[in-house]
Design a protein around this ligand. Structure first.
Ligand SMILES: Nc1ncnc2c1ncn2[C@@H]1O[C@H](COP(=O)(O)OP(=O)(O)OP(=O)(O)O)[C@@H](O)[C@H]1O
Ligand SMILES: [Mg+2]
Length: 357
């Protein structure tokens, strides 16, 4: 008998010390602990090879965990095969059946579950409407644009009304404009369906824009889990600080509640406990350019890059180190002049101290 259709209510996902080793000694996923809440938009973010796809494949059941447990909606699925897990999955490559029509592609999961024809037709129509593809039922994948194929893949995943939707870089093949439009659509669709979504991406802007929470992965481990603003404003490790956005790191140490840079200068920070080697992390947009002598450090403006809405300045310090400073585009067409000596300052609360491990 085919498995019944899942219920539509979103499920939580719990990973307990989940580990995956591949032959050759690769530990692709290393004791990951994670709870994704029902209805949450959760992104796994990290560089190529950090274990994002492997983690997703273990949630889906395509890959068996070597250690740990995968619990979805309170059910231990660690040893449950993929076709009994009721998850919607969207891959980067879309993986559509090339010789079948859009409607047949979308109906696939329903046919597997033995859904009667009238209900199948109604559900396919509704899924295609949700991804704004009404009228495309009879086309084949080759007759669609990349963005449209992506929507078919999405419709195919949501048509079974899964409690969990897993997406592996689903927007990776789209150009920037379409990608941004699809980001908004996918987020709206996820909210409308109320489905729990685990979204894999290596694009930090995409993760920041779309997610309720982000898990930043590095070498098979979760380095930090938090809301986008937490991850961006309060990174806890150098890896997270450097992977997300641009950042200035100043090496030094914590001493007596303050921060002393390697050159002996005491820099403004909020009071910090403990002692020891650390780096001061400052986002370029948190730095202010002021007149020479009026800041914390003086330097020479060595580059101005126009970014459209902002201008990115490089300020070179006396010892050759560089600070990146972002300012809003003044709108007057006049950028600051290369070669001018100026000061840089910041608010103590905007300085993040990253302790050496
Ligand atoms: N079937 C496999 N056999 C052996 N090693 C594998 C296999 N699949 C993945 N790996 C290795 O496991 C590690 C994690 O791979 P994974 O595909 O999960 O990375 P990823 O974060 O999804 O990367 P990307 O952003 O490039 O897709 C990598 O070192 C990879 O080479
Ligand atoms: Mg991958």
């Amino acid at each position: 008998m085919p498995p019944p259709l899942p219920t539509a209510s979103p499920a939580s996902i719990t990973l307990e010390r989940v580990t995956k080793r591949f032959p050759g000694g690769v530990v692709a996923v290393d004791k990951i602990d994670l709870i994704v809440e029902p209805g949450e938009f959760f992104s796994l973010l990290g560089p190529s090879g950090c274990g994002k796809t492997t983690t997703l494949r273990m949630i889906a059941g395509f890959e068996a965990a070597d250690e740990g447990r995968v619990v979805v909606g309170g059910r231990d699925l660690t040893h449950v095969p993929v076709h009994h897990r009721d998850m919607g999955m969207v891959f980067q490559s879309y993986a559509l059946f090339p010789h079948r029509t859009v409607a047949e592609n979308v109906a696939f999961g329903l046919r597997m579950r033995g859904v009667a024809r009238p209900e199948m037709a109604a559900r396919v129509a509704s899924a295609l409407a949700q991804v704004k593809l009404e009228g495309y039922e009879a086309r084949r994948p080759a007759e669609l644009s990349g963005g449209q194929q992506q929507r078919v893949a999405l419709a195919r995943a949501i048509v079974i009304r899964p409690p969990v939707l897993l997406c592996d870089e689903p927007l990776g093949a789209l150009d920037r404009k379409l990608r941004q439009a699809m980001q908004v659509e996918l987020k709206e669709l996820q909210r409308a369906l109320g489905v729990t979504l685990v979204f894999v991406t290596h694009d930090q802007e995409e993760a920041l824009a779309m997610s309720d929470r982000i898990g930043v992965m590095n070498s098979g481990r979760l380095e930090q889990v938090g809301a986008p603003a937490d991850i961006y404003d309060r990174p806890r490790t150098r890896f997270v600080a450097e992977f997300i956005g641009e950042i200035n790191l100043i090496e030094g140490r914590v001493h007596d509640g303050g921060f002393i840079a390697a050159d002996g200068r005491v820099l403004p920070v909020s009071s910090e406990k403990g002692e020891g080697a650390a780096a001061l992390a400052l986002r370029p947009e948190k730095l202010r350019i002021v007149s020479s002598g009026a800041g914390v450090i003086d330097g020479v403006l060595s580059d101005a890059s126009f970014l459209g809405d902002q201008v990115l300045y490089t300020v070179t310090l006396a010892d050759g180190r560089r600070l990146l400073v972002k300012e809003r585009n003044p709108g007057t067409g006049a950028l600051r002049q290369n070669g001018s000596t100026l000061g840089v300052r910041w608010e103590p609360r905007d300085a993040v101290i990253l302790r050496n491990a």
